[in-house]
Design a protein around this ligand. Structure first.
Ligand code: LLP
Length: 477
């Protein structure tokens, strides 16, 4: 069993933090590769997209997510250009709103969705349905129907139940569904267990090993309701080296060969999924999209050559690597507490006005983040800080270890980089927190692309049944 976050961390009494953390030469300076491309400090104040974040905080409040439009677009373009012979789908689960769906289309990428909700956002944004891929291990009949009626370009089949469900729908609607078969290649990606998806003992896809994948392909091939595009494999997330893709590609292409031998068809496409890692802290050293593209392509070409297969049209689905570094979170410090640890060390707990409701990743995956003082410069000697939220839970930690100026105080702003992926999208109303806005910045102007929730939003689903009052209205005292 994994130790509880708070418990495990209490046991760590090293005043210098984890081994990878280095005391900065200048705590005011940004570590460039952790931040959006346009981020800079101007007289100690963090600017992103030409926008002064202290002024922005005064205008829109905190916490807030700040999204660098140019950075997002340039990462999307970098993937599109590096993988120019591929179909590149942006994985909307990382972060999606209608504005971002439009940017994705404008930059020439397709869009990957995994729920009826994400599909609705994509369609509302005007995304060409033919360029949408639809994932999920338990898509409902209603979701499948919506995808078919919209003309979604690929539905990724994940179970025998789903094959039957979709087949019935194609007959009922008189449509042919373009589909891929999601396979599990039995690869252990070196990432957190909950975000690794291609080993055997998990819920996604059809096992190649157990023969389910071949059985699924046979079934799909034999049905009039389906157009079989190819196989789909996604091995996990926050992956840095291509060795996992190599093993997966070998197994997936072995299956492609068996299908050709047995059914006489070479499936025209192959989707390698997403999962490319980003830098959250100094520990991480992500690959350049160009290097990823040449490595993945040569892996696939080599395997195809070895089996006498034509190279299928390839696709990838990066989410985190496009939006992750494009956003940072902005918080205001509320309290600062020096906590004496066993052995004489002191940890400075800096509480901010957000927390695990706007970034659950530290608590859920033991993820590491970094932070910087965003509203001023400081010459104070650094202290080992821990940035925590305001939730009623000891594991409500945002940044486990970071050197911060020793004079950090209530009213200061802190910014946490790398929060574009799976932070807003996994945000909750825990403790009835209001989910923060997402503010897109570019060329000195700021636009709220997702507004902050209001108390009215919070109460909108609370029916008040049995209380004799409407909770959306204030009570007369
Ligand atoms: N394609 C498929 C089929 C996926 O399941 C995923 C992520 C992606 C693409 C995009 O992966 P990315 O490039 O963003 O790593 N909540 C976790 C990550 C869960 C990923 C789920 N699937 C986290 O915060 O790390």
């Amino acid at each position: 069993m994994r130790a509880h976050e708070a418990g495990a961390l209490h046991a760590d009494i090293n005043a210098r933090g984890p081994a990878w953390l280095r005391e900065p030469v200048d705590a005011n300076a940004l570590v460039p590769h952790l931040w959006p491309g346009t981020a800079e400090k101007v007289d100690g104040v963090l600017h992103v997209g030409g926008t002064d974040l202290r002024a922005l905080a005064a205008e829109v409040g905190t916490p807030a997510y700040v999204l660098d439009e140019e950075d997002f677009r340039s990462r999307a373009r970098a993937f599109r250009d590096a993988f120019s012979s591929y179909d590149v789908f942006y994985a909307g689960k990382a972060f999606l709103c209608t504005t971002v769906a439009r940017w994705v289309a404008e930059e020439g990428l397709g869009l990957d969705v995994c729920s009826g909700g994400e599909l609705t956002v994509a369609l509302r944004a005007g995304t060409d349905p033919a360029r949408i891929g639809f994932h999920g291990n338990n898509k409902s009949t209603a979701e499948l129907r919506a995808a078919l009626e919209a003309g979604v370009g690929r539905i990724v089949l994940d179970s025998f139940d789903e094959i039957a469900r979709l087949e019935r729908l194609t007959a009922e609607l008189g449509r042919v569904a373009p589909v891929m078969v999601r396979v599990t290649a039995g690869v252990e990606a070196h990432t957190h267990e909950y975000i690794a998806t291609a080993h055997e003992d998990q819920k996604f896809g059809f096992s190649i090993n157990a023969g389910d994948a071949l059985a699924a392909v046979r079934q799909v091939h034999g049905s009039e309701g389906f157009e079989l595009l190819g196989l789909h494999s996604h091995i996990g997330s926050q992956i840095f080296d291509t060795s996992g893709f190599e093993v997966a590609a070998r197994r997936v292409l072995a299956l492609q060969g068996r299908v050709r031998d047995e059914l006489g068809v070479e499936m025209p496409e192959l989707d390698l999924g997403g999962g490319f890692g980003i830098a959250y802290t100094l520990q991480d050293d992500p690959a350049d999209p160009k290097d990823l593209a040449s490595e993945l392509t040569s892996i696939v070409e080599q395997e195809c050559r070895a089996r006498g297969l034509a190279v299928p049209r390839l696709a990838i689905e990066p989410g985190r690597a496009i939006v992750g570094p494009a956003m940072c979170s902005l918080y205001e410090v509320g309290t600062v507490k020096k906590v004496a640890l066993d052995g004489g060390a002191v940890r400075t707990y800096v509480s901010v006005d957000g927390g695990m409701s706007d970034n659950i990743r530290t608590a859920l995956y033991d993820a590491d983040y970094s932070a910087t003082l965003a509203s001023r410069s400081s010459d104070a000697p650094v202290v080992l800080g821990r940035v925590v939220g305001k939730h009623c839970e000891a594991g409500d930690i945002l940044v486990k270890d970071e050197f911060l100026p020793g004079d950090v105080a209530p009213g200061d702003l802190l910014a946490v980089p790398g929060t574009g992926a799976y932070c807003w999208s996994m945000a909750s109303n825990y403790n009835h927190a209001l989910r923060p806005p997402v503010v897109a910045v570019r060329g000195g102007s700021a636009r709220v692309v997702v507004r902050r929730e209001t108390v009215e939003d919070l109460l909108a689903t609370d029916t008040g049944a049995g209380t004799g009052a409407d909770p959306t209205q204030e009570r007369e005292q």
